[in-house]
Design a protein around this ligand. Structure first.
Ligand code: 5GP
Ligand code: ZN
Length: 113
């Protein structure tokens, strides 16, 4: 999608510190990390947010979560990490391309606020 920063990262047009990628997903370091480990995991295909995903996206959504779990293992934070998606402006979503935040390396607060 034109003018979507995460589509541009997925296509390589905009640089990011890529952690891993495959045909369906890309994971890269957040530009403004909120924890010692802060990775963003996105589908290559543009979906605005989780509430726009459909039944046909079930495998893709599963893959995004399994990718996050694998990255957590690879980064040795699998015992304590948080995986979160902000769905909509009111929930803190600032980039309208579905993404999961993988956060780890500090004490996580609850409720998240
Ligand atoms: P949201 O607020 O939508 O849940 O999360 C968007 C995240 O994308 C933020 O944590 C922000 O720091 C990150 N971000 C925004 N623009 C860029 C960028 O150009 N490159 C990278 N690596 N991260 C970005
Ligand atoms: Zn996009």
């Amino acid at each position: 999608m034109a003018d979507c920063i995460f589509c541009k990262i997925a296509s390589g047009e905009t640089k990011a510190r890529i952690i891993c990628e495959d045909d369906d997903t890309v994971a890269f370091l957040d530009l403004n990390p909120q924890a010692p480990t802060h990775v963003l995991i996105i589908p290559r295909r543009h979906i605005d947010r989780l509430s726009d995903a459909s039944e046909g996206d079930a495998a893709l959504l599963g893959k995004l979560q399994l990718t996050a779990a694998r990255i957590a293992r690879d980064l040795s934070v699998e015992k304590a990490f948080r995986l979160v998606t902000n769905n909509g402006k009111g929930a803190g979503q600032s980039v309208d391309h579905l993404h999961y935040h993988l956060l780890a390396g500090r004490k996580m607060l609850w409720p998240p606020g």
